[in-house]
Design a protein around this ligand. Structure first.
Ligand SMILES: [Zn+2]
Length: 689
C-alpha cells in the first residue's frame, strides 16, 4: 500500500463518481456505461489506496476513529462502482463486460491483498485491538475492531516477510490447482457422457429427453444418442431408464469421473488438501478445517462433529428402510439384488405408487405476479408490516427489472426492492439476492437490493407460471431480501447478509415456511383461468411426498460433508496413498459408508470444495437448516403468522446482521441454543411428535 499510484483521470461526466441523486442512491442505470464502470473501479481503487496511505501516515495514536472507522469509510467510490459492475456481470453480461472482468479481476485481487498484507496498517489495527477493552467502545464498535483484526489475521497479516512470501506461493499454487481441478472435471465429465446407439435402450425417457439426447450426440458428432452427466453422483435419467444395463453404465460413468487416465483429479485433490494444510499451519491453525471454522458460527471441529453425529445413524436407518421398500418393488420386476444404479428408478416407482402428486400439473396455480404480490409480499406485510409500492418511474438495469419502494408500518421508507425474474442470455444460472446499496448509519444509507431468478418467460404476453420449486425459490431468495431490508446497523461491514457462511442461509430457509402456510397459500395459489384455490388434498399430498427419500438424501449429503471434513483435517505430514482408499476409510470411520448410497460428490468431482468456496464448509447447508427448522418450530409454538412474531424475529435477528454473535441473536429469538430435533423430525429421521 505504500506505493501510491496516481489515479487515472476519470471523465467528469461519469455518473458513478458522485453518490446517485436518485431515491436511496439507486444507481442511475440509464446513464451508466461499462466504460464508466471500468474507469470508476480503477479510480476507486486508487482513491482507496490514497485513503489507506493517509490512515497509515497519520501521526496520531491509532484508535477506533482514525484507524478502524476510517477504513470502514474508505473505498466508497470503489464500493459504489463495484456493486453496479458485479451485479451487471451476473445479470446482464456481454463480451465487453467479460473482457473488463478479465482485465480487472487480478487488479482487484491484488488491491485486496495489498490492503490486508500492509504491515504498517496491520500494526495500527493490532494496537487498537490490543487496547480494545480499555477504550470504552460500544458493543458494535468492539465487534468491528475484532472483525477487522480477524479478517487481517486470516489473510496472513501477522506473518513476517518470509511467511508472507511462502503464503503468496501457496495461494498462487492453490489457485492454479483449483483451476486445474475444475477444468479437468469439465473435460472428464464431457468425456464420460454415455453414448447409446440403440433407441430402444432409452425406454422410459420422454420424447423431449430423447430429442435432447439425439441433439447432444449430433453436436458432439457421434452416432446415436448422448446422455451427458450432471455434477452430483445422482443423474436424473437414472430415475427413468428402464434398461438396467444402461442404468449401470450411467452410474459407473458418474462415480468414476476424473478418477483415472488423462484427467485424473485424485492427485490434484491430494495436493490441494496438503497445501491447504500447510497454509493453515503457517497461519497458526492445526488444520484447514480449524482455519475455516474460526470464521463461522460453528467455531470448532468438535461442534461440527457433534451436529453430524446426531444425524448419521438415523439417516442410515432411514436409508435402510427405504432400501427395503425399493427391494420389494424391484423383486416384482425380477431384480433380486438392488444395486446403487437401481435406487432412483425404484424410488420414483414407490413415490408414484404411494403419493399421487403430479407436480407439473400444479403450475396453473402459481402465476408469477400473484405469487409475488399476494404470496411473498403479503407474508412480509403480515409478519413485518412491510408494504410494497411499485415504482414504474424508477428504472432498473434491464427492461425486465421492476422496482418497488418498501415502507414500514409507520409509512417510513425502508429501502428499494428490484425484481429480475426471467432467464435470458447474459444472466448466470440459479437464483440469488444481492445489493446495490447496503444499509449503514455511518454512511447514512438505506438498502437497495435485488432478487434474480431464472424463470422462463411465457410466450407473447401470456402469464408466467411457476413450478412448485420456483415458488419455494422465490420465498427463499426473498428471505435474503428481508435480511438486507431489515438491517439496522452502524457499520456497513455488518449490514444485512454480512454474516458467516454457515448462518447466511438460515433466514432465507426460514422464509420458505410461508410458501405452503395455509393463510398465505390461500391468498396466492389461485388457478390462473378459473380462480379456483389449490385443493387442500393436493397440498397434503405434496407435504407427504416431501418425506419420501429423505433417508437417502440426508445420508448422501452427510457422506459428502464428512468427506470434505476428512480432507481438510489432515496435516502436511499425513500419509495419503490412493485417494479412493482415503475416501473409503473416512466414510467408514464416520459410519457413513453404505453400499447403496454413495456420497453426493466423490473426491474427484467434489467441485464445491476443490474448485469452489466450500472447503471445510460443505456442512453449512445442514448447519443453517438446524437453525431454520428450530425457528420454524418457534414460529409455530407462538401462533405462526403474526406481527408479534415477525417483529421479534426482525428486531432480534434480521436487523442486527453481523453486528452481534449470530448464535447470540438466534438465542435471543429462541431463548436457548439450537436443538437439532426439529430438523430430524422434518427429514423423517424421528418419529413424528
Ligand atoms: Zn440462499
Amino acid at each position: 500500500m505504500s506505493a501510491v499510484q496516481p489515479a487515472p483521470a476519470p471523465s467528469a461526466d461519469n455518473p458513478l463518481l458522485a453518490p446517485s441523486p436518485l431515491p436511496l442512491q439507486l444507481p442511475p442505470f440509464a446513464a451508466i456505461t461499462l466504460e464508466h464502470c471500468r474507469e470508476a473501479l480503477l479510480a476507486g481503487m486508487a482513491e482507496q489506496r490514497a485513503e489507506v496511505a493517509a490512515i497509515v501516515g497519520s501521526a496520531e495514536r491509532p484508535d477506533l476513529a482514525n484507524t478502524v472507522v476510517a477504513l470502514e469509510r474508505s473505498g466508497r467510490l470503489y464500493r459504489r462502482a463495484g456493486a453496479v459492475f458485479h451485479n451487471l456481470a451476473s445479470s446482464v453480461s456481454s463480451p465487453r463486460l467479460r473482457e473488463i472482468e478479465r482485465e480487472l479481476a487480478p487488479l482487484e485481487a491484488a488491491h485486496s491483498d495489498a490492503l490486508r498484507l500492509d504491515p504498517a496498517l496491520f500494526a495500527r489495527l493490532d494496537a487498537v485491538h490490543a487496547g480494545r477493552h480499555e477504550a470504552g467502545l460500544d458493543p458494535e464498535s468492539l465487534r468491528l475492531v475484532e472483525r477487522y483484526h480477524l479478517d487481517f489475521v486470516l489473510s496472513g497479516a501477522r506473518l513476517d516477510e518470509a511467511g508472507r512470501a511462502r503464503l503468496g506461493e501457496l495461494n498462487q499454487e492453490l489457485s492454479a490447482l483449483s483451476t486445474t481441478f475444475g477444468q479437468q472435471l469439465q473435460l472428464a465429465t464431457e468425456a464420460a457422457a454415455v453414448v447409446v446407439t440403440d433407441r430402444a435402450q432409452l425406454d422410459g425417457l420422454g420424447d423431449a429427453e430423447v430429442g435432447a439426447a439425439a441433439r447432444a450426440a449430433a453436436d458432439r458428432g457421434v452416432e446415436g444418442f448422448l446422455l451427458p452427466l450432471l455434477l452430483p453422483t445422482g443423474q436424473p435419467v437414472l430415475a427413468k431408464l428402464r434398461d438396467r444395463a444402461l442404468r449401470r453404465r450411467v452410474f459407473e460413468a458418474s462415480v468414476g469421473r476424473a478418477s483415472a487416465g488423462e484427467h485424473d483429479n485424485g492427485p490434484v485433490a491430494v495436493r490441494i488438501a496438503r497445501l491447504r494444510a500447510e497454509r493453515a499451519r503457517l497461519l497458526g491453525f492445526p488444520t484447514h478445517a480449524d482455519l475455516v471454522l474460526a470464521d463461522s458460527t460453528a467455531r470448532t471441529t468438535e461442534a461440527v462433529d457433534a451436529m453430524l453425529a446426531t444425524m448419521v445413524a438415523p439417516a442410515r436407518a432411514n436409508a435402510d428402510a427405504e432400501a427395503a421398500a425399493l427391494a420389494e418393488v424391484a423383486a416384482r420386476d425380477g431384480v433380486p439384488d438392488l444395486a446403487p444404479w437401481d435406487w432412483a428408478y425404484y424410488s420414483e416407482r414407490v413415490r408414484a405408487e404411494r403419493y399421487a402428486v403430479d407436480t407439473a400439473a400444479l403450475r396453473p396455480w402459481f402465476e408469477l405476479d400473484r405469487v409475488l404480490v399476494d404470496g411473498v409480499f403479503r407474508a412480509a406485510e403480515l409478519l413485518y408490516g412491510y408494504r410494497f409500492t411499485h415504482r414504474p418511474d424508477l428504472a432498473g438495469y434491464h427492461p425486465d427489472v421492476r422496482v418497488w419502494e418498501v415502507s414500514d408500518a409507520q409509512g417510513e421508507t425502508v429501502g428499494l426492492y428490484l425484481g429480475d425474474f426471467y432467464a435470458r442470455e447474459g444472466k448466470r444460472g440459479g437464483a440469488w439476492m444481492s445489493s446495490f446499496v447496503t444499509q449503514s448509519r455511518l454512511l447514512d444509507t438505506r438498502p437497495v437490493v435485488v432478487n434474480n431468478l431464472n424463470v422462463s418467460r411465457a410466450a407473447d404476453g401470456r402469464p408466467t407460471l411457476l413450478t412448485l420449486d420456483e415458488v419455494n425459490t422465490l420465498f427463499h431468495e426473498f428471505g435474503h431480501t428481508l435480511h438486507g431490508l431489515s438491517s439496522a446497523v452502524t457499520y456497513p461491514r455488518f449490514a444485512g447478509t454480512s454474516v458467516p457462511r454457515d448462518f447466511v442461509e438460515f433466514p432465507s430457509q426460514v422464509n420458505e415456511m410461508w410458501a405452503l402456510w395455509p393463510e398465505v397459500l390461500a391468498g396466492y395459489a389461485r388457478h390462473v383461468e378459473t380462480g379456483e384455490p389449490l385443493p387442500a388434498s393436493v397440498v397434503e399430498a405434496i407435504e407427504a411426498a416431501q418425506l419420501w427419500g429423505e433417508g437417502f438424501a440426508t445420508l448422501e449429503y452427510l457422506a459428502a460433508t464428512l468427506l470434505d471434513q476428512a480432507w481438510h483435517r489432515i496435516t502436511p505430514e499425513t500419509e495419503i496413498g490412493d485417494p479412493a482408499d482415503f475416501e473409503r476409510a473416512a466414510l467408514e470411520a464416520a459410519g457413513a459408508a453404505h453400499d447403496l448410497v454413495p456420497p453426493r460428490y466423490r473426491t474427484t468431482y467434489f467441485q464445491h470444495v476443490f474448485a469452489g468456496g466450500y472447503a471445510a464448509g460443505y456442512y453449512s447447508y445442514i448447519w443453517s437448516e438446524v437453525l431454520d427448522a428450530d425457528t420454524v418450530e418457534w414460529f409455530k409454538e407462538n401462533g405462526g403468522l403474526r406481527r408479534e412474531n415477525g417483529d421479534a424475529f426482525r428486531e432480534r435477528l434480521l436487523s442486527v446482521g453481523g453486528s452481534v454473535d449470530p448464535l447470540a441473536a438466534f438465542r435471543a429469538v429462541r431463548g436457548r441454543d439450537a436443538d437439532p430435533t426439529p430438523l430430524l423430525r422434518r427429514r423423517g429421521l424421528l418419529p413424528a411428535a
